[in-house]
Design a protein around this ligand. Structure first.
Ligand code: GAL
Length: 663
């Protein structure tokens, strides 16, 4: 995303927040398409993603192509003012391909080959798959590249959703090439992987394998490199498709839909985002109240705060959680507008019409099984109207916050490897807890990758920043000494990029900056707590923290004989560096965050009575600043005193409601 390029829009149309869905007309008889168009118009739909899983229909066998139905469909959409985000259709290879070439099927760490019959059963590194996929991409680009109805290309679908980790021989070959490029010599690899341990030294790259099922813990750096390689292999596939598209259709922007949601962690999306024209994301709600906003903020961070495309979410229930509950009243609008608040300029669903057959027939859609005369479809029509009223927001960036959370896929992968002090540590949960605590305190928060420019932030929180190469350590040191307020936590600054421990005591990379030293970690058992002097309680982790610099201030201590300081802060240069040595959780962080914010000179933007119940998120563009007040509770909240013109909602903010105010 060197240069942000948004959807192509027909000249002369007013800017609007695009609204639509994955559209799978190939699952339906032709006559249904006309009804689809009628209902799309009723709902204000202006964009659909088409052909995501249509490979078998477009190419029924190796030598036969059938584009007639897609020609007709794209014309139909275009004639009715509905743009097509055209998928490259490579997500799910057809049975003829996998029967003829079983060598494209992924292999698990245990050596099991995944069968056809579901979807995404292809190896990211298979040359055979790549050749067939690129032929299809080329055909589509040549056929539709000049069609005015195509607003964007949609590469594949959720790259790596089911096939991120492939341990096949193809993967082994590609992994070796990736390692040779990274380390140059086998000595370089042996050093990085620490193969002097357990007699693992390699004589050549040919001896190296992916971390297949082994007798004990596979080499940690091998595991980490395999996670990095697997992410890069998906990105490599994306780039291969993109290169064909941009060669043949340079005017059509290219995207692919990310999965920044919950514990999905197979791709470094900060890196992948560099390869597309605009970021798209798919998000499905979990039971955690703030997970949606947090994911949307991460998405905005990897999109460098430019507008992004919400490619999929659900109107109501999904079909893949253990128990799938419908959304409650208000949630459909609130969920969508929360994404818009964090930078989405398109609001789309999986999917347009609920399937009558197949594995997703119990997944909600814009048009449910009950049809047009349903509460759900009326809500969809209502949302379409709301989005049309927010045209001024379009094109605006996320208004920078004063506080940022660093989010790093490499630390996520590294901190949760096996053979560690505890299995209970959860990287993303720690980051999300900081998010919730900061939002509760009434501030807006950005979530940014580690290469983001931090200069504008008064406070940067780096939770469990486990993997810290020297360059990142230096940047964070310069940030703090230059006037920023850095906060980091337990299990941060522990290793370098090779997963080698920074020696001399923990938290190695940050030890000098923080003025503390830890000799031994003391993780806690499940359910075990440790009390702190400020009334908070720690879980998961504790440490005997030695204060080794005179100017370290102890903000909280452990109420435990063998432990001392728990939370420290030290003035450094014109800024400060704080350390939190245990998991405080949202409740414990609530006792600490106001003090940290005050020390960093950050004043809450939300009026006191709204803190805790309301989240504020803001965007700014040519038409001014837009404040989104998101009711996180199930009770109405009064926004009396909020200044500005209400574009949506009112000062009586409904339970689960959102108000949009032009400030
Ligand atoms: C996504 C996928 C869609 C659909 C959806 C259901 O992972 O891209 O095709 O399966 O989930 O929630």
């Amino acid at each position: 995303m060197q240069n942000h390029r948004w959807l192509r829009t027909p000249d002369g149309t007013a800017p609007r927040i695009s609204f639509g869905a994955d559209y799978n007309p190939d699952q339906w008889p032709r006559e249904v398409w006309d009804d689809d168009v009628r209902l799309m118009k009723k709902a204000g739909v202006d964009v659909v993603s088409v052909a995501i899983f249509s490979w078998a229909k477009l190419q029924p066998n190796a030598d036969t192509w059938d584009f007639a139905w897609l020609d007709e469909l794209i014309d139909l959409m275009h004639d009715n003012g509905i743009g097509v985000d055209l998928a490259t259709a490579t997500a799910s290879p057809p049975p003829w391909l996998t029967m003829a070439h079983p060598e494209v099927l992924p292999v698990t760490a245990e050596g099991n080959t995944l069968s056809q019959g579901a979807r995404q059963h292809w190896r990211p590194t298979s040359p055979v798959f790549r050749r067939h996929a690129l032929t299809l991409v080329e055909k589509l680009a040549e056929r539709y590249g000049s069609h005015p109805g195509i607003v964007a290309w949609h590469v594949n679908n959720e790259l790596g959703c089911h096939n991120a980790y492939d341990y096949s021989d193809d993967a082994a070959r590609a992994f070796r090439a990736w390692l040779a490029a990274r380390y140059d010599t086998i000595e370089g690899l042996n050093h990085a992987w620490g193969t002097a341990f357990w007699s693992q030294a390699y004589g050549s790259f040919e001896e190296v394998l992916p971390p297949r099922l082994a007798a004990s813990f596979p080499n940690p750096t091998q595991q980490l490199d395999f996670l990095r390689f697997s992410s890069d292999a998906l990105t490599d596939h994306l780039v291969a498709e993109r290169e064909i598209l941009t060669r043949i259709t340079p005017d059509i922007p290219v995207t692919t839909n990310f999965m920044i949601v919950g514990d999905t962690r197979h791709a470094d999306y900060a890196a992948m985002a560099r390869e597309i024209d605009f970021v798209s994301n798919d998000h499905y709600v979990t039971q955690d109240r703030d997970e949606l906003a947090f994911s949307a903020a991460i998405t905005s961070g990897v999109a460098r705060h430019r507008p992004w495309f919400l490619m999929e979410h659900s109107t109501s229930a999904v079909n893949w959680q253990p128990v799938n509950r419908p959304k409650r009243s208000g949630e459909l609008v609130r969920d969508s507008l929360t994404h818009v608040a964090h930078g989405a300029d398109a609001v789309c669903y999986f999917q347009w019409r609920q399937s009558e057959a197949g594995a997703e027939k119990y997944h909600s859609a814009m048009v449910p099984h009950g049809g047009e005369d349903t509460r759900l479809f009326r809500d969809v029509v209502g949302l379409g109207g709301i989005l049309q009223g927010l045209g001024d927001v379009v094109g605006s960036d996320r208004e920078p916050a004063e506080v940022a959370i660093l989010f790093d896929w490499h630390s996520w992968w590294g901190s949760e490897l096996d053979s560690h002090p505890t299995e209970l540590l959860r990287y993303r949960r720690e980051a999300l807890e900081w998010w919730t605590a900061l939002v509760d305190a009434g501030v807006r928060v950005d979530v940014v990758p580690t290469d983001a420019d931090l200069a504008g932030y008064r406070m940067v929180v780096a939770p469990v920043l486990y993997s810290v190469p020297a360059a990142l350590r230096d940047r964070l040191e310069a940030y703090a000494t230059g006037g920023g307020h850095l906060v980091t936590t337990y299990f941060s600054g522990i290793v370098d990029e090779n997963d080698h421990v920074w020696l001399g005591g923990y938290p190695g990379a940050f030890r000098e900056l923080l003025g503390v030293r830890v000799e031994e970690f003391r993780p806690l058992y499940e359910g075990e707590g440790v009390a702190l002097s400020n009334g908070a309680s720690g879980s998961v982790w504790s440490e005997p923290v030695d204060v080794v610099a005179d100017d370290v201030e102890i903000l909280a201590s452990y109420e435990h004989d063998e432990l001392g300081a728990a939370v420290t802060r030290r003035p450094v240069g014109s800024g400060s560096a704080a350390y939190v040595s245990t998991r405080l959780g949202v409740v414990g962080l609530a006792r600490l965050v106001p003090e940290l914010l005050a020390g960093a000179g950050v004043a809450p933007e939300l009026p006191e009575p709204l803190r805790g119940s309301v989240e504020l998120a803001s965007r700014r563009g040519a038409a001014g600043r837009f404040d989104f007040y998101i009711n996180r509770t199930d009770e109405p909240v009064s926004l009396d005193g909020v200044a500005g013109a209400f574009l949506h909602g009112s000062a009586e903010l409904a339970a689960r409601g959102v108000a949009v105010v032009r400030a």
